[in-house]
Design a protein around this ligand. Structure first.
Ligand code: PMP
Length: 407
């Protein structure tokens, strides 16, 4: 029996279902290992010692590569000095200053721990500011796992979602209709920087949609919230809609902000500073200094090495390589999303039979990617790493062809 199987057996006795949430390997396919023991740069090692080129980056947090020396050095120094104290360390102020300097939209910052904390806190600020109740969100969008936003209704009540009104991503008329339905009671419009729902091809935002939701929020006096938890720190260090010239009232960040260390942030505009100050919003570990030191080192390093350009280069190489391989093996594939947050689906594969088979074959070939959730690249992916990944994907296409035949 593999070490992974033994660990699963033990986990099943002491944890409901053995594992839960987004990292539950049972959701990814039988070939996927559950337990990991190490990572270096863009490689991860599972509990049985198999090494993979990591195209998931721990579902986003790892943006500079595993165990990046600048980040781990900053964390070690902060841990040696003190992490969880009776108040935040000076690094709290330094990080807040760095964020205000890096994100042009930001006049102020509030910290928390997870992406769900940040999206929830952003909506609290919007409600405190407007005195209104309703929130407009895109159908199918993921904004976290609290009762108001978890995609599963188990353990929640209808009341907890009663204040959401849904629209269709990239369809401005549907946002207008949702606003009309909420009859003047809209506190916020929350939107992701691009459409990255699981099981579906991704969709970049249309510039006129982004400008349109900004104008609508202004017209109805609601706060525009961008949930940049997934896109943040990979598309633009100033916030993912900065290249469009559209600035929200509130950005929610987490995931890649501290290269795998636990921290989230909401950044806001001046007019929301007063309402933000009225919240009682806190957590036992929200002010720990080590993740703040990690975030500071991560953002400084991303700036210094032009991490986004590195990710775009790696992502372009991967996308072009995958396209050429698909064509040579006779498959029609759809590659969607920004190149540094990519996904690939097989044309006409509604059942995901091909996608699941191919992803499992990639795993066998030492490439860790995902059959139904977008992937993530990091600044640690060199040309050689991408070429190594492409060797694996090529072999996986060959296995797919042997199993299903070409399109
Ligand atoms: N918003 C988006 C867009 C996300 O992708 C996620 C996490 N996948 C969240 C919010 C929630 O973040 P967390 O899991 O850290 O609470």
């Amino acid at each position: 029996m593999s070490i992974d199987a033994k660990l699963r057996e033990r986990a099943a006795k002491v944890v409901p279902g053995g594992m839960y949430g987004h990292l539950n390997a049972a959701l990814h396919g039988p070939a996927y290992p559950q337990f990991f023991v190490g990572g270096e740069g863009c490689r991860q090692r599972d509990a049985d010692g198999r090494e993979y080129v990591d195209l998931m980056c721990s579902w986003g947090p790892v943006v500079l590569g595993h165990r990046h020396p600048a980040v781990e050095g900053a964390v070690a120094a902060q841990l040696a000095a003190g992490d969880c104290l009776n108040g935040p360390g000076p690094v709290y102020v330094e990080l807040a200053e760095l964020l205000v300097e890096t994100v042009p939209q930001a006049d102020w910052v509030m910290f928390s721990k997870n992406g769900t904390d940040a999206t929830t806190q952003a909506l609290m600020v919007a409600r405190a500011a407007t005195g209104r109740t309703k929130v407009l969100m895109a159908h199918g969008a993921y904004h976290g796992a609290d009762p108001w936003c978890t995609p599963s209704t188990a353990g929640t009540t209808p009341n907890e979602r009663a204040d959401l009104v849904e629209f269709t991503y990239n369809d401005l008329a549907s946002v207008e209709a949702a606003a009309a339905q909420a009859e003047g009671d809209v506190a916020a419009i929350i939107v992701t920087p691009f459409k990255h729902d699981s099981f579906e091809d991704q969709e970049l935002v249309a510039a006129e949609f982004a400008r349109g939701v900004r104008a609508l929020a202004d017209r109805i006096g609601a706060a525009l919230v961008i949930d940049d938890v997934r896109g943040g720190w990979r598309i633009d260090l100033g916030g993912s809609w900065e290249p469009l010239g559209v600035r929200p009232d509130l950005y929610a960040f987490s995931k890649a902000m501290a290269n795998g260390h636990p921290i989230a942030a909401v950044t806001g505009v001046d007019s929301l500073r007063g309402p933000a100050q009225t919240l009682y919003s806190t957590g036992s570990f929200w002010f720990n200094a080590a993740p703040m030191a990690a975030a500071k080192a991560t953002i400084e390093t991303l700036r210094a090495v032009d991490g986004i350009a590195l990710m775009e280069r790696a992502g372009t190489r991967l996308r072009e390589g995958l396209a050429a391989q698909a064509a040579s093996h006779g498959f029609t594939v759809n590659q969607t999303g920004p190149v540094q947050i990519p996904w690939l689906s097989f044309e006409g594969d509604a059942t995901l039979d091909k996608g699941m088979f191919w992803a499992a074959a990639c795993l066998e070939e030492g490439v860790y990617l995902h059959p139904w959730h977008n992937w993530f690249l990091s600044a640690a992916h060199t040309d050689a790493d991408i070429d190594r990944a492409l060797q694996g994907t090529d072999a996986a296409y060959a296995k797919l062809r042997a199993r299903f035949g070409a399109d």
